[in-house]
Design a binder for this molecule. Structure first.
Ligand code: ADP
Length: 630
């Protein structure tokens, strides 16, 4: 028997089996999304054929009008979704319907596995699950397909329980070209054989799929059109309702939420193109997957070309939608199109437009904008260091949580408006946890002067706030690095200005600390950034700040963390008292020196330098004070 005529059974890939288990046992109430998923696949297949037929017209033959046909057979409780698209060959089919290709689906599975009971239903509701969702409503699925330009047709079938079968299909009843998916519906899913139900669902979920959809409501009946397949983006804006946009967004993005921002415009002039783009309302699961690319679809004169054209830069990878160009040539390869200077011009203009629209929203409707920032800000910030040309625009779009201002998001413009007398820099504190940042001792001197400090909790933050980056002429400066230079800025509510000159005893104590700690610190010095705490660590003036250094070291990109500077609050009671102790208390002072250093480390979220000597010292110091008390 030849490869082509053989029948066989194959197991599903492990992840598919997991997904199927989830589908079958899902208590997700809105199972009807399966229809949207099958129609989306059918439409993709038609679009792929349309594209391939440009180079090879024979593929479309005399049947070049794309269509999707839904057929219901109530007596046999069957629903079929058929397209005259590209179709699948034998191996293609086994691959496509036996494994999981989308990175998003894998990320989704991981999330589901981590989710608590019940939580996963909400997740399924937010995520398109593709072909396998058919098993939410069917206990058996048969797919018959004939690849365009070939004669042989194949049948894939499965009950969704671990394996699928592949066999040659009956050539007479298989589609002439394309794919037919037949669902043997479960008893409680028989409403999907009602004309009314199907019509309502198609209009609601797939009303703007750019391929016409027809319905055959009983075996042998004539197909009647439900949707005309007109391109929504080509219609005048005035004719499109918000619900139309949402429906279109859901079908193009495979998400179930509402878009947070819709950008629809027609550009004329040097390039003639239409764009319909959406900022999603929620985070996709694979937003931070390094392989995740943008997914803007590129059309040329209504013909789908590719969703791989990197139309928007990486830091806008959460934006979904399409660009339809009137000028790009159709008769060249995808690769050529990608390199075309016309496309480069479209990329530039579309990117500018998206940022422009975000700016407008930020200006006019700060609340909805803040929500977008909360969802995607961490990604947009990547642009600050990736896109030099648009750095200023992105900095203007950025929002921050700060110490020293009321809760809520602050822009850099807000920040500059509340600069203190003699303040010359935009201060920031980077780290990995907003709570720890808020209680960092480094902020004390700034709080006491009413100086606002940006709190930067995202990993990406340490990369963009590099030396040399400034906003409106003001440089960014880490509060954990270098001298704080706060002496020139007046305290807000202090009665007594601190004495600038240090007592001799304190000076000596600082020298003693350096002596005792040795090479663990580069320097011990009096601090003007501390008001309440006794000590903190800061980074030397040059080089990375403390947060970036830790990040680089954690990623193995830095061989050794540089030695920090220990800053000491010369007015702190503890420090003043320790400084007053004589030489007979040397051992106690040494213990105190190490404990102060460890305290500064712990405040940064680190561990004591040496756990064993830490606990010995702590025991000695506690023992001493208990001895006194007793
Ligand atoms: P996705 O569509 O996101 O890739 P699916 O699970 O829905 O995921 O489909 C898997 C693959 O099966 C598709 O990428 C496609 O290659 C193939 N496929 C599904 N339906 C069809 C169809 N009607 N015609 C041609 N290929 C299809």
């Amino acid at each position: 028997m030849s490869e082509e005529t053989r029948s066989e059974s194959r197991p599903f890939e492990a992840d598919v089996a997991k997904l199927l288990h989830l589908m079958v046992h899902s208590v997700y109430s809105d199972k009807s999304v399966f229809l949207r998923e099958l129609i989306a696949n059918a439409a993709d297949a038609c679009e792929r054929l349309r594209y391939e037929a440009i180079a090879e017209p024979a593929l479309a033959g005399d049947d070049f009008k794309p269509r999707i046909t839904l057929s219901i057979d109530a007596d046999n409780r069957q629903l079929a979704v058929e397209d005259n698209g590209i179709g699948m060959g034998r191996e293609e089919m086994a691959e496509a319907l036996g494994t999981i290709a989308r990175s998003g689906t894998k990320a989704f599975l991981d999330r589901i596995e981590a989710a608590q009971n019940g939580e996963e239903t909400a997740l399924i509701g937010r995520f398109g699950i593709g072909f396998y969702s058919a098993f939410m409503v069917a206990d058996r699925v048969e797919v018959t397909s004939r690849r365009a330009g070939t004669d042989a047709a194949f049948l894939w079938s499965s009950d969704g329980k671990g394996s699928f079968a592949m066999a040659p299909a009956d050539a007479a009843s298989a589609p002439r070209r394309g794919t037919r998916v037949v669902l043997q519906l479960m008893e409680d899913a028989k409403s999907y054989t009602e004309r009314f139900t199907i019509e309502r669902l198609v209009k609601a979920q797939s009303g703007h799929v750019p391929v016409p959809i027809a319905l055959v409501d009983k075996p042998g009946a004539e197909p009647s059109e439900i949707t005309d397949g007109a391109a929504l983006w080509a219609k005048p804006k005035a004719e499109i309702s918000a619900a139309d946009y949402t429906d279109f967004y859901r079908s193009i993005a495979g998400q179930f939420d509402d878009p947070a921002l819709t950008i629809h415009f027609h550009a004329e002039g040097r390039q003639d193109y239409t764009t319909l783009l959406f900022v999603p309302g929620t985070r996709p699961f694979d937003l931070f997957d390094p392989d995740r690319k943008g997914r803007i679809k590129l059309y040329v004169k209504r013909i789908f070309i590719t969703d791989d054209a990197d139309i928007l830069p990486r830091y806008l990878r959460f934006v979904r939608g399409l660009v339809d160009s009137a000028d790009l040539p159709l008769n060249v390869s995808r690769e050529k199109i990608q390199e075309s200077p016309l496309l480069a011009a479209i990329r530039k203009s579309a990117t500018g437009r998206v940022l422009g629209e975000l700016e407008r929203l930020a200006d006019k409707e700060p609340q909805p904008y803040a929500k977008i920032w909360e969802t995607f800000g961490a990604v947009l910030k990547e642009g600050i260091y990736e896109d030099f040309e648009r750095r200023d625009a992105l900095l203007a779009l950025a929002r921050f949580k700060t110490a020293g201002a009321a809760d809520g998001w602050r822009s850099l413009k807000d920040y500059l408006a509340s600069l203190k007398t003699n303040q010359t820099a935009i201060y920031y504190l980077a780290g990995d946890d907003i709570g720890r940042l808020q209680s960092s001792p480094h902020l004390e001197g700034f709080r006491a002067r009413g100086i606002e400090v940006l709190l930067l909790p995202d990993p990406v933050d340490s990369f963009w706030v590099m030396p040399g980056v400034s906003f409106d002429g003001k440089p960014f400066k880490s509060v954990t690095q270098g001298a704080a230079d706060l002496a020139l800025i007046p305290l807000t509510n202090s009665k007594e200005a601190p004495k600038p000159e240090l007592e001799d005893s304190v000076k000596n104590f600082l020298a003693f600390l350096k002596n005792t700690l040795g090479d663990a610190v580069t320097e011990v010095r009096a601090s003007d950034r501390l008001t309440d705490s006794a000590v903190c660590l800061v980074a030397p003036d040059s080089g990375p700040d403390r947060a970036l250094e830790k990040l680089l070291a954690g990623a193995g990109r830095l061989s050794a963390i540089s030695k920090p500077i220990l800053e000491v609050n010369p007015r702190h009671q503890l420090v003043v008292k320790l400084a007053g102790l004589g030489d007979e208390e040397r051992v106690f002072k040494e213990d105190a020196a190490h404990l102060l250093f460890d305290e500064a480390r712990v405040l940064e979220g680190d561990r004591p330098a040496d756990a064993r000597s830490f606990s010995e010292r702590l025991a000695r110091v506690l023992g001493k004070s208990l001895g006194k008390a007793g």
